[in-house]
Write a protein that binds this ligand. Structure first.
Ligand code: NAD
Length: 362
């Protein structure tokens, strides 16, 4: 078009081949040429990304058959992956498989409410995709992905990955489900830092939709994208985060939980002296634990209040996370330990799992 005049085309600007009726063929052809170039450049840039040939995860090894590992194994098997679940003893593995079966039956009851036979088949087929082992090194030679969900202990995780690094196939990706340890410091035990990332699932795994995919400075784009794809095949929603304390969810959630304790206990120097609330807390704080829980459920729309959640997660787990952060950054007011929560932990009042935490159960 000449300056100051609008270009008029008789064909849609994206028409790659102007129709025979076109009365401005020259302009349309020019437009078509420009469009073709554009399409070519876009497709060549997407080919560049596609040329990072991702690992399609089919075979998964899950190490640790506890709460999280069982859930991860269940979800992976239910979505068409073959799974080897590893733990220290056959007894633990038998319990894990029993737990998985019970959980699958619940899923089947809902998913196949109209067709119980199909539900049974789903349970049997999913269970048949899970084998177990007490020797991780002997099963990782042909696996695409190792997801580690053993106890939250850096030294144990390092020892495990160092050993597996020698036995796993070259292409195998390693991932840790740690809640609070630095992924880089776990990856450093291996020679495959580029094929190492965090894969942080949430409890209970079959129910919770989120997975945080943690990319360290060494994690390759190929590894990261392969893990994002894997989480999608599980029916989960991935979010990505750098290797920072608590990633996204715990970084926001744990300080909130600790603040709830401070709110409950405020101005209570002798907090365990006055027993009138089951736990020995007097209700002289800024609000009672029941009211704080109700407030956050009804006022903020949270499904659980902070004390219900602390008891559900386990006070020992929260303590472990806060202590770890405090060690890294002692001056950060958000990372201050709570002496009162620590006292409950010392008394083995860890929450639901021991029958008592902030609330009493049974
Ligand atoms: N519990 C949660 O809500 C939660 C949520 C997200 C992430 N995580 C993380 O997931 C991991 C596991 O947590 P969990 O709650 O499932 O713990 P858990 O105690 O229920 O299970 C850990 C399992 O690992 C096994 N184990 C320990 N050392 C092992 C080894 N060397 N080889 C094989 N198995 C071994 C134990 O026998 C146990 O069965 C931790 O890193 C934790 O931080 C936990």
């Amino acid at each position: 078009a000449r300056p100051g005049r609008l270009a008029v085309f008789c064909c849609p600007p994206r028409a790659l081949s102007p129709p025979a009726s076109c009365r401005c063929r020259r302009r349309c052809r020019t437009m078509a040429f420009v469009t073709r170039q554009f399409v070519r450049s876009v497709s060549s840039s997407s080919t560049a990304s596609a040329s990072v040939k991702k690992i399609i995860v089919k075979h998964v090894t899950v190490i640790g058959g506890g709460l999280m590992g069982s859930g991860i194994a269940q979800v992976a098997a239910a979505t068409g992956h073959t799974v080897v679940l590893v733990d220290q003893t056959e007894d633990i593995l038998a319990k894990s498989k029993k737990g998985i079966e019970e959980s699958l039956r619940k899923v089947a009851k809902k998913k196949f409410a109209e067709d119980p036979k199909a539900g049974d088949e789903f349970v049997v087929k999913t269970l048949s995709s899970i084998t177990t082992s007490t020797d991780a090194a002997s099963v990782v030679h042909s696996t695409d992905l190792v997801v580690e969900a053993i106890v939250e202990n850096l030294q144990l995780k390092n020892e495990l990955f160092k050993r597996l690094d020698k036995f796993a196939a070259e292409h195998t990706i390693f991932a840790s489900n740690t809640s609070s340890l630095q992924i880089t410091s776990i990856a450093n035990a291996t020679t495959r830092q580029d094929r190492f990332a965090g894969l942080h699932f949430f409890n209970p795994v079959p129910v919770m939709k989120l997975v945080e995919v943690i990319k360290t400075p060494m994690t390759s784009q190929k590894t990261f994208e392969s893990l994002v794809d894997f989480t999608k095949t599980l029916g989960k929603h991935p979010v990505s985060c750098k290797d920072t304390p608590g990633f996204v969810v715990n970084r926001l959630l744990v300080p909130y939980l600790m603040e709830a304790i401070r709110l409950l206990l405020n101005r209570l120097p002798n907090m365990y002296g006055n027993s009138n609330s089951g736990l020995g807390f007097s209700l002289k704080g800024d609000a009672s634990k029941e009211d704080i829980d109700t407030a956050m459920k009804l006022g903020a729309g949270y499904p659980m209040g902070p004390f219900e959640l602390l008891d559900y997660v386990g006070l020992d787990t929260t303590k472990f996370i806060v202590d770890g952060w405090h060690e890294i950054d002692a001056k950060n007011p958000l990372f201050q330990p709570s002496p009162s929560m620590n006292k409950l932990v010392t008394e083995n009042k860890l929450g639901k799992k021991t029958g008592e935490g902030f609330y009493k159960y049974k």
